[in-house]
Design a protein around this ligand. Structure first.
Ligand code: ZN
Length: 243
């Protein structure tokens, strides 16, 4: 059972129609965000012993479905992946008001995306990072995926879809992979996730082949036994006779 999940933002709207999220020319937020989330999960699961889930890659879940699924899951951390819009540049990440663990995730994610993609962090005025809180008019968290869920949740605004230079960083599979890997590394660092052992995989892959060395071929069994004795005396403990 995974304790963490990468969630794709958007994909289905409450009105029943398809919700691509923000758009810019041919670029759709949902289509880019789902690839970034996929690469985050792939990188995480390939690199670390702990495994992560991926939610809403096919865009089949309404926001309310995603919230219900998160709350039924037993996760202790979830990150919903988005692209920003509305004029601006760089990366920012929202967390639960007052949740210091959430702030650490948000801060690490912004640091890693900024470094991997070469984009600025959208500073919140209290530090240099893009980690921030956004509240509604009742003073509660603005984003439902943060407000209505039990685990520590963050909403990642990776980059701006309506900023040409930002979009160019994530408008290819290569860029989406870089961004996803940056998020995975950030999450792993905050969790102290242990990496998979490389030794185990390499030794497992060599057990298929055995190389045998022949020391003689005899028609008389006595001569074969004699050769075996000599080999064992010489220290070849694994020597044996095969007929
Ligand atoms: Zn969005």
């Amino acid at each position: 059972m995974s304790k963490i999940c990468f969630i794709v933002g958007h994909g289905r709207s409450k009105s029943g129609g398809y919700d691509p999220g923000a758009t810019s020319g041919a670029a759709q937020e949902f289509k880019i965000a789902k690839e970034i989330a996929k690469y985050a999960q792939q990188c995480y699961n390939a690199t670390y012993q702990e495994q992560a889930d991926l939610m809403n890659y096919d865009g089949s879940l309404y926001l309310t479905d995603r919230i219900n699924k998160v709350n039924a899951s037993g996760y202790d951390f979830v990150a919903e992946i988005h692209l920003n819009a509305g004029g601006g540049t760089g990366t920012e990440c929202y967390y639960h008001k007052g949740n210091e663990t959430g702030r650490k995730y948000a801060d690490a994610i912004c640091d890693n995306i900024a470094e991997a993609l070469g984009v600025p962090q959208r500073a919140n005025g209290t530090d240099e990072g893009g980690d921030k809180v956004k509240l509604n008019s009742s003073g509660r968290d603005y984003f439902a995926i943060i407000r209505e869920t039990k685990p520590t949740a963050v909403l990642v605004e990776t980059v701006f879809i309506d900023c040409a230079s930002d979009l160019s960083k994530v408008n290819s599979a290569d860029g989406q992979k870089k961004c996803g890997e940056a998020i995975a590394r950030a999450v792993a660092a905050v969790r102290g996730a242990a990496t998979k052992s490389k030794t185990l995989t390499s030794s497992a892959s060599t057990t298929d082949s055995l190389y045998r060395v022949q020391a003689g071929a005899f028609s008389d069994k006595e001569n074969a036994v004699s050769m075996l004795e000599r080999l064992k005396t010489a220290g070849f403990a694994d020597a044996f006779i095969k007929s």
